[in-house]
Design a protein around this ligand. Sequence first.
Ligand SMILES: Nc1ncnc2c1ncn2[C@@H]1O[C@H](COP(=O)(O)OP(=O)(O)O)[C@@H](O)[C@H]1O
Ligand SMILES: O=c1ccn([C@H]2C[C@H](O)[C@@H](COP(=O)(O)O)O2)c(=O)[nH]1
Length: 268
Amino acid sequence: MIVGFFCRVVLPLYSHKYPSTHVLVRQTPALGKHLSGRSRSSTSVNHRKLVRNGEGKKSVIWLEGNIASGKTTCLEYFSKTSDIEVLTEPVSKWRNVQGCNPLGLMYQDPSRWGLTLQTYVQLTMLDRHVLPMASPIRMMERSIYSAKYIFVENLYKSGKMPEVDFAVLSEWFEWIVKNIAIPVDLIVYLQTSPQTCYERLKQRCREEEKVIPLEYIESIHNLYEDWLIHHKSFEVPAPVLVMPADHDLKKMLHQFEENREKILMANC
Ligand SMILES: Nc1ncnc2c1ncn2[C@@H]1O[C@H](COP(=O)(O)OP(=O)(O)O)[C@@H](O)[C@H]1O
Ligand SMILES: O=c1ccn([C@H]2C[C@H](O)[C@@H](COP(=O)(O)O)O2)c(=O)[nH]1
């Protein structure tokens, strides 16, 4: 039998309060049909909290932050913890889908290829979200929400995405979040200055990203801040734990350790 329920939201633990109006209950009777091919038979996907019989509570954490803010590094750290599965962003797919490179194309010509990339990002992120959980705790890099609220929004707002492309992507996104429950218990936001990210981006030296100017990183930063800190733009679907992330690696590792309990207790 399918069992699903909501858990308490631990507001006082987090730096930014989670408005109760943001608790969304989504009933999706048609979901099984839409997820055909996936083994969802013993799990309810109608609720944000999923409980499989006999398996106890599970929790899902999204790791959000600007480009090169240190998300992968953070995931690597937590991947060493038993009982946590980490899901990195499917960037390798975005760089190579059947021999094509939508990420590279988007950076070369955002107006032409923004829709192409973001359609594929939306698909591949959804695929991550509906993947059955293999561990009690899942930490995943970004989300279908940030793809829409940050990256699609940025393309559109900067005039690089035609209105019709934005409208089509928006309708797709709205349909997905209305009809498919996307579980999340906690958002960990790695908060950096744009300058830090820019320096780390240059150091990482990903081929497609060599054309990224500081202004692009600044726009992404502002969108993240408006969403997760100032609550000025879009719904925030879970409590937010803000982690200052401009520090050197040693201090960051220390900080990850200090926040371990808060993160691991995300659904209590
Ligand atoms: N705290 C840090 N101090 C200095 N460099 C860092 C730090 N964290 C990550 N890096 C480096 O910055 C680059 C981007 O980090 P990464 O974890 O890949 O970021 P993201 O996954 O957010 O894009 C990598 O070269 C990484 O080694
Ligand atoms: O919706 C999205 C999500 C990501 N991207 C870009 C931004 C970066 O160039 C890569 C992801 O790298 P990170 O270092 O993990 O930030 O993909 C995008 O264009 N749209």
